[in-house]
Design a protein around this ligand. Structure first.
Ligand code: ZN
Length: 326
């Protein structure tokens, strides 16, 4: 329910494309630790540890979660067990599933072929907003990458999968520097025309501040019609939480975060990357925004994750504890 385009879509789907609108929350937090969090991590977690992370996240109330990426295992060895992870996750009727949707990252038609043979509910594609970043990362221009989205989205939707696309480097580029708002809006408008169910605007290098979020999301909203919008920010320069709250203020109702704040900083190896789920939940809940998540359970899961990784995570609320104290 909720997706206006599913009514007019030419493709016939066998299962609903949008997860059921959760009545128990004002904002939907997408957990990215098992994929974005782990993909650059020096620790190589086992398939069972990843499944443990995913099921613990679901038990804490997470309803959408990046569980794997279907990319070249030679390039990303941490994600080589994508199929095995999906194989080991609770099925749709399992009491552990709680209606959660599994998201798989794919970069091209080949990745989609792999993903659709698994139990994923949703595929997440990626478009780099600048040509230099796109060439270096995916060996193609932004334009060519949009063409990939154009070809994969209908195939995925015909297979009954929900689709989302992440616009990387929407707030700044590691190679080109400043990224004009007009460029971001142009790419977003083109992506909306592909019929993709959701567009995630991402601050890949962690330079966004609240004013950038407000301006960019207004520009993106103006050209994307009723496509659902989502924001992915990093805390690389300590502005991630302010930016996430600004996204909520700007009307965005889907936010990404990573338990413990792990991962997400391939361009600054010593820096923090993703915002932490428990810290984001604390900030939102204290602001009167219902996340539907269990903060105590998130903190326990974050502590558990730190033990699996063999080091403390960057998150702060899991160290300081919730407030007021229990
Ligand atoms: Zn990230």
């Amino acid at each position: 329910m909720g997706d206006p385009r599913s009514m007019t879509s030419a493709t016939d789907t066998t299962k609903p494309r949008m997860p059921e609108e959760p009545a128990d929350r004002d904002v939907d937090i997408v957990e990215v630790a098992p994929r974005d969090g782990l993909q650059n991590d020096p620790a190589l977690l086992s398939t069972d540890q990843k499944i443990g992370l995913i099921t613990r996240s679901v038990a804490a109330g997470i309803r959408r979660i990046e569980v794997a990426s279907f990319v070249n295992p030679k390039r990303v060895p941490q994600m080589a067990d994508a199929e095995a992870v999906l194989e080991g996750l609770p099925g749709p009727d399992s009491p552990q599933r709680l209606g959660a949707a599994w998201i798989g990252l794919v970069l091209n038609a080949r990745g989609f072929e792999r993903a659709q043979r698994t139990a994923v509910d949703e595929i997440n594609l990626v478009v780099m907003v600048t040509d230099t970043f796109s060439q270096k990362n995916q060996g193609m221009t932004t334009e060519e990458s949009i063409a990939t989205v154009e070809s994969v989205v209908p195939l995925a939707q015909a297979a009954g999968l929900r689709t989302s696309v992440t616009m990387s480097a929407s707030f700044g580029c590691p190679y080109e520097g400043e990224v004009p708002v007009a460029r971001v809006a142009d790419v977003a408008g083109r992506l909306a025309l592909t019929g993709v169910d959701e567009i995630a605007v991402a601050d890949t290098i962690g330079v966004a501040v609240p004013r950038d979020v407000a301006r960019r999301m207004a520009a993106v909203k103006a050209v994307t019609g009723r496509t659902q919008l989502r924001v992915h920010v990093h805390n690389t320069r300590n502005t991630g939480y302010a930016s996430a709250l600004a996204a909520y203020e700007a009307g965005v109702r889907v936010l990404d975060s990573s338990l413990g704040g792990i991962g997400g900083c391939p361009f600054a190896p010593r820096a923090t990357g993703n915002i932490a789920t428990e810290d984001l939940v604390f900030a939102l809940e204290r602001s009167g925004v219902n996340t539907g998540l269990d903060l105590d359970e998130l903190i326990r899961t974050s502590d558990w994750l730190g033990e699996q990784l063999g080091r403390p995570t960057p998150a702060l609320v899991s160290k300081a504890g919730p407030f007021p104290p229990a």
